[in-house]
Design a protein around this ligand. Sequence first.
Ligand SMILES: N[C@@H](CCC(=O)N[C@@H](CS)C(=O)NCC(=O)O)C(=O)O
Length: 239
Amino acid sequence: MEDHFCLYFRATPDPHEALLPPRLHRQPHGHVLRRAEGIELDFELVDLQTGAQHKPEYKAVNPNALVPVLDDDGFILTESAAILRYLAAKTGSAAYPTELRARARVDEAMAWFYGNYYKDCAYNLVYPQLFPHHKRRSDEAHAATIAWGQEKTQRWMGVLESHFLGRGHDFLCSDQPTLADYVGVEMVILAEMVGSTFADYPNIRGWLARMKVLPHWAGTHQVYDGFAASLAGREFVTV
Ligand SMILES: N[C@@H](CCC(=O)N[C@@H](CS)C(=O)NCC(=O)O)C(=O)O
């Protein structure tokens, strides 16, 4: 049986765009889906810029009014981590190993990125500097948010550098990329948007270099790269 899914995603010019084949509502971690064998994805665009996520017909699918959401033949699934695990498990992707401890390592790293890194890097450091709707109510509150994000992100980058990437593997959990790498790399490259070169983090630099030469990387990051290029010359608080 051919697997056929529909994933609702966000619209450009959001930097998380551009990752998946047509008719999946794209978001960064979806990069992995393209790699999973035997997967057919339809993409439906939810244009966050115009508030399409708040339309009644969309909220009937995902009451959170967020992307992504997966519709697998009427089985509706929200939360990107759950979606990735579902698709990887359903297609037997090696990116989500079945051996107990190997899988636990992948789950550990995914939880770390979602629970620790992402909130500080994206929501406190990067998004407030890029997106008007993340502007705080006063300049003081805005600057304090970014300073908090910078400090915390630097801390998490240290853990990523010496703990997750200090174990001698090419990728986060093994010598092959897993769901954790596909999730994590999209969160880490956000820091590049605000000027980070990871100069003090050789393990992170090496890992990014290995991720960026994987099949599908270039083709799935065109819009992302375009958005990043549009920021050239702007000054940011960086890490
Ligand atoms: N925990 C959710 C978070 C989803 C989420 O925050 N999506 C953002 C885009 S990354 C969104 O839809 N934002 C729309 C809005 O803020 O109105 C997941 O991982 O799927």
